[in-house]
Write a protein that binds this ligand. Sequence first.
Ligand code: IPM
Ligand code: MN
Length: 361
Amino acid sequence: MNKNIAILAGDGIGPEVTAEAVKALDAIAETFGYQFQYNDALIGAAAIDATGNPFPEATEESCKSADAILFGAIGDPKYDNDPNAKVRPEQGLLKMRKNLGLFANVRPVSSYDALLPISPLKENIIKGTDFVVFRELTGGIYFGEPRGRSEDGNTAFDSCVYSKSEIERIAHLAFKAAMNRRKKLTLVDKANVLATSRLWRETVKDLSSQYPEVELDFMFVDNAAMKIIQNPKDFDVVLTENMFGDIITDEASVISGSLGLLPSASLGLKSSLFEPIHGSYPQAAGKGIANPIGAILSAAMLLEYAFDLKEECQIIKDAVNSALNIGYGTEDIFPDEGKSTSEVGDFISQSIVNQYKTESV
Ligand code: IPM
Ligand code: MN
């Protein structure tokens, strides 16, 4: 197997955690005799500094010609606190999602037995949690027009817009995922208030006749935000629009133990991109304390979704578990004896190599 992977490390801790994800991919390549070629490209604040554009054309080309994209994080405080900034790093991420047609963001959420004690939630509530959120990624209030300011500057507006076809394409993926899991799909919306949510409900209900084995239910987002931490085991596949999905997955990371643990896949018809759900965490940049596991598990998802390498994906997940089980991790999850970002990455790639050796004898 010979594959090209575009590497968009981005800002803040992005480069540090991405380097550890690449180590995991290298460990797989070495073990199985695959060739992975990596092409680095600029995005975010790093790209603005170099080119003035947060998603330069050369980066877009590199993404389009790659077999998969591995992405780190985006964002820089120097733009966050400047309301007049003309370009922002986040625009690079949004433009990339839009231009590459990455409409479905898949965010798995599970609890880890080794981390149950560090969660602020009770062990008996979160133990055994295993659900996946399908977040629509190229529509809704993030992209709807019109948006902006009135002439006098005293009013601002954003528009939430969805078409039936945008809802259908991600709903099909969510139903299919449910068929391969526990066959339960929950649509999270705000249909008691929003017209777009009513279209989501109607469209998903219509599609459900094509998946008669899947049990479909509906939940308002405010209620879902409560239920996700009150009874997380009730969820199997959650389908939702762009902004609700953004919010409830940060919340859901509390079940796992740290925002730094959650990976994601952003899928389109031609491209697929893999990124941890966390941001650029600028306060931690360069300190070697960022948790690389979200990025490493994103590399695992890359192997499964982009290259159909299910066994190899599982090997990475098992290596992550073996690190967590012996208490080997960064300070966000093991505050008393936190290891550095690269120590954790080295440990995991070493156990990928070792694990396979043991399994194959
Ligand atoms: C995410 C991030 C982004 C989003 C930001 C950085 C624009 O929070 O990927 O979840 O809101 O989608
Ligand atoms: Mn987010």
